[in-house]
Design a protein around this ligand. Sequence first.
Ligand code: FES
Length: 352
Amino acid sequence: MSDIRLTINGMEVVAPSGSTILEAATLAGIEIPRLCYDKDLSPLGACRLCVVEVQGNRLLPASCVTPINEGMIVETESEAVVEARRTILELLIANHPLDCMTCDKLGDCKLADYCYKYGVSDTPFYGDQHFYDIDDSNPFIIRDMNKCILCGACVRACEEMTGQDNLSYLGRGFDRKATTASDVDYIDSECVFCGQCVAVCPTGALTEKTMHGKARRWEIDRVRTTCPFCGTGCNFDLAVKDGKVIGVLSNPEAPTNGRSLCIKGRFAWDFIYNEKRLTTPLIKKDGKFEEASWDEAFALIATKFNEIKEKYGPESFAALSSARCTNEENYLVQKFTRAYMGNNNVDHCART
Ligand code: FES
């Protein structure tokens, strides 16, 4: 693929042909505001916040869907561009609840961030407003369509990342809505609750129910980890506040899965605080389990293994491991079985 030279904000930029202006700017470290653009989704060009000024073009094209040309001269923050962006933001908040003080997404809401950046706190446009019921019908996702800006990210994520195709557009003009077939609640739709729609939503329209009211976004520490539910090895960030896990957030850098997760990985993390979990070893004495230390437990296991080996021979022992363990743990299981117990009776639950 050949390279194309252009100028952005007075800087010479080289980008592969076929790139959009937004992609070329990103390559050069120039940030162009965007609401509907998402690098993991097909471009839509819906919000127009990414408009730029291109010399020789009297319109302001959307940079996320405009390809670069040789010698193109682009300004991303000219007076005309900034004025256009302010108007777009004013139009968006004309029909958007300004409840940022209590909105769970504040701190991770692109609409709020851009309003702050361009000094937009009010709108000169007054007219009808939506008063949709909030879809609180399921245990995982809160859907507040009053905060939807029709960027279509949820629709594209459902189709392109999950392949579920549960979301689409309904109605025209002011009544347009990104929603389920027949506009039913998520719980009554084909939703599989993978939460990809939540991960890509730039506003508070889709949020994790489990995290509601638990923390402002800037209070959350993100701790990257590997999902324990199966052997795929998906990565995500645990959302941690005051040392306690309050949710799971996608990590775009996850090598196996990107931002994609299944319902278990994204929403079934709360088992870690289940009071029925064993937190200390139990040893059966006189038919009853009694709490023991880890040293006691390991000593007992070692004694029993040695007794079995001596009494019945190495072939009496077999080890069954699990895809839910790490590679290192599985390596240790086979090493222990072969090197210490003296046989090759090693198997794995994922093989069946
Ligand atoms: Fe380009 Fe929305 S980000 S039109």
